[in-house]
Design a protein around this ligand. Structure first.
Ligand code: ATP
Ligand code: MG
Length: 691
């Protein structure tokens, strides 16, 4: 074939070039943070296109829609550099032709094409994790689980167990033994629950995220469909391979059985989705599966200054299991990472706000700065502080726009019209009406089912007084939506119709009606981008916008400047000039939910490593010395927090330390031990008083 245009290679180092120009067999790039893995992948896609590959036959799998979109932008930018005849005539179209997205989104698209052959009705709906939990909960309520199980696991736990089994392919008993030993007694109940859950989904033509992967995998295994699907793509490239699970690995193996045209990129030190069944083993297994795999290591880190890498290397060096890698910075010196001690979370928040502003004075834009935290709720005090000072920010991770109750309400109308078998949506919209509770909603949903999902089933319903005013409009709306195809209603018009009806109810069901109304207006604007209801619903479920802000900026405004707030998980793959890691204390990093096993603590350590390696120049680890706690068994109190175990000990010498506020730092970092002494001293004194 054609050779790779030199322009594409000029910014790359020798190893990266090898990876970009590699032809044929399976390719594995395993390398540390910031070594240019993603850069290499996007250059490789551009190079493939430049060498004549059909973009539509290139599959680029990433972990979020945002990541996919960003990578395709970078592909486009690379293609623009080739002004020779070998480049595509329109780089933009070429980059857009590439099939990119998450495993789930790609599978959903595929099932729309091939689903009927499998017996999936064309109007199947995809439910997200929260909906899946609600279905599990409904099924759980209907099953008569043995009375002697007063504490049958919660819906979230049940769903997590289910999902883990599907994604790892490890059976129920073994999964319980290995990962949920405290649930072993519930194995019969869980088995019944999972069976009924599956039947319910089938009866209602509903697929959850796990089903999407299962169907894709199964289609590939099929004698007739398999060969067809394999022919669809010549090249399959995967970023963040360390966070794929065994089911996804199986899909890849089936897509490219001999590994030809398969490129995977990952870093075992950044594996942070073990709790979802992802396994680093996938990286190690890659070379077992494909004996002839070419392995390209990348060693030079182009992102972070050396003092930041020294710290990150020390932190990950404490991990029990990992592939040996050492990161070297291409940018040797720079400021040492800062360990900031604050009296409490409020002081931590005001320190961060001050420092963010100080950095902007030094010429760092807000968009080059990020505040990272372990759990979404950690940022609340900071959000208040930023709002107070008028510092614009955008929060990633945590509750998504689509997960807010009012958006779910509105979407439920459309989902019900799309798929009237979906009883979860039926019950959701019914209970919005004043005077209709769970019980009547369930009865009405049953009636609908018995009438073969014809809304005429509700005509002779005699609504209670409180409902009367709304009922005719409600039924009319659903009929209208159901016939929307014939009536030529665009998605936007459908959303507007629901919005106007819902407007009269919103005050009955939610507080903050005004804000919610604004969100729904935004939703209407967003819906205008979809060609039909089905694709709108799928997109909202699989690649939902993360916030109203993301909705509002349409198209993203180039000159908008805002600070990023993000969970560490959602910051994967990103980089910032300045990074603030919040709440660096034991109990947050590592999370106190992880303390039960070494494996989980190791995963927290890798998460810490991910956080530190997002920083290019300035890194601040913030440690509020006291935290308002509401711990099990204890009354509310200010508790002293020890510095994160990952950052204390020898590692601590990598920092410069300072105090956040005016008050001087304690001579030694506070830990709970001296306080325990105080307590026993008080006890002793009291005891001595009785004598
Ligand atoms: P992570 O593990 O965090 O996902 P990564 O290995 O994917 O990181 P990239 O995000 O691709 O790394 O690259 C990190 C930074 O290094 C980016 O700013 C990128 O532009 C830059 N970079 C990559 N390769 C080179 C190079 N050869 N010369 C200069 N800069 C480079
Ligand atoms: Mg990357």
């Amino acid at each position: 074939g054609a050779t790779t245009p030199p322009n594409l290679l000029s910014d790359l180092n020798e190893d990266q070039r090898i990876a970009v120009t590699h032809e044929g067999g399976p390719l594995l790039i395993v390398a540390g943070a910031g070594t240019g893995k993603t850069t290499t992948l996007t250059h490789r896609v551009a190079a493939l296109i430049a060498r004549g590959a059909d973009p539509r036959r290139i599959l680029l799998l990433t972990f979020t829609r945002r990541a996919a979109a960003e990578m395709l932008q970078r592909v486009e930018a690379s293609l623009r550099k080739i002004d020779t005849p070998s480049g595509p005539s329109d780089p933009r179209m070429a980059a857009r032709g590439v099939v990119g997205g998450t495993f789930h989104a790609v599978s959903a698209r595929l099932l729309r094409q091939f689903g009927s052959g499998v017996g999936l009705p064309p109007d199947f709906t995809v439910v997200d994790r929260a909906d899946a939990e609600d279905i599990v909960n409904a099924v759980r309520g209907e099953l008569e689980l043995p009375q002697k199980m007063p504490k049958f696991p919660k819906k979230a736990t049940c769903t997590a167990v289910y999902s883990r089994i599907v994604n790892t392919g490890v059976g129920l008993t073994e999964t319980l033994e290995n990962d949920y030993p405290h649930l072993i007694d519930f194995s019969d109940g869980l088995r019944d629950l999972f069976r009924s859950y599956r039947e319910r989904k089938r009866a209602e033509a509903v697929l959850d995220y796990d089903d999407l992967l299962l169907y894709w995998d199964q289609l590939l295994a099929d004698e007739r469909a398999g060969p067809m699907l394999r022919k669809q793509f010549d090249h399959v490239l995967v970023d963040e391979y360390q966070d794929t699970n065994p089911l996804q690995a199986s899909i890849l193996r089936q897509l490219r059985p001999d590994g030809d045209g398969l490129t995977v990129v990952g870093d075992d030190a950044q594996a942070i989705y073990g709790f979802r069944g992802a396994t680093v083993r996938n990286i190690l297994d890659f070379t077992d599966t494909f004996g002839d795999a070419t392995i390209v290591p990348l060693e030079l880190n182009y992102r972070s200054r050396q003092p930041i890498l020294d710290l990150a290397n020390d932190v990950i060096g404490g991990a029990t299991e990992r592939l040996e890698k050492n990161l070297r910075a291409s940018r040797p010196d720079g400021p040492r990472p800062m360990l900031v001690r604050a009296q409490d979370e409020a002081e931590q928040a005001s320190f961060i706000a001050d420092e963010v502003l100080a950095l902007t004075e030094q010429g760092f834009e807000l968009r080059g700065q990020a505040v990272l935290f372990r759990s979404s709720y950690h940022s609340a005090p900071l959000e208040i502080e930023l709002n107070r000072r008028g510092i614009p920010f955008h929060k990633y991770g945590g509750i998504k726009f689509i997960e807010t109750a009012h958006v779910k309400d509105l979407v439920a109308f459309l989902r019900l019209a799309e798929n009237p078998r979906d009883s979860l949506s039926a019950r959701r919209v019914l209970t919005l009406l004043p005077g209709i509770g769970e019980k009547s909603a369930a009865r009405l949903a049953d009636r609908l089912r018995e009438a073969d999902h014809d809304f005429a089933a509700w005509d002779d319903f005699n609504p209670p007084a409180a409902t009367k005013e709304f009922w005719p409009g409600f039924v009319k709306l659903l009929r209208q939506l159901l016939g929307a195809d014939d009536a030529w209603m665009s998605v936007e018009e459908q959303v507007r119709a629901v919005r106007l009806f819902y407007d009269g109810l919103i005050e009955f069901v939610h507080d903050h009606a005004a804000t919610r109304r604004k969100d729904l207006e935004q939703l209407e604007v967003l819906s205008a981008r979809s060609s039909d209801r089905r694709s709108f619903l799928t997109e909202m479920t699989l690649d939902p916008p993360t916030s109203t802000r993301e909705l509002a900026s349409r198209p993203p405004e180039e000159d908008e400047d805002f600070l990023t707030l993000s969970t560490i998980h959602s910051a994967k793959g990103l980089e910032f000039d300045a990074v603030f890691v919040m709440n660096c204390y034991d109990g947050a990093i590592p999370s106190d939910m992880s303390l039960e096993s070494d494996e989980k603590i190791d995963e927290e350590r890798r998460l810490c490593y991910v956080a530190l390696t997002r920083a290019r120049t300035h890194l601040y680890c913030c440690h509020p010395l006291r935290q308002y706690t509401k711990r099990r068994g204890l009354s509310d109190a200010y508790g002293f927090t020890p510095l994160s175990r990952f950052l204390s000990g020898d590692v601590q010498s990598r920092f410069n330390e300072r105090s956040a506020g005016g008050e001087p730092l304690p001579e030694k970092p506070l830990s709970t031990e001296p306080l325990a002494n105080v307590r026993s001293a008080v006890d002793q004194r009291l005891d001595s008083m009785w004598d």
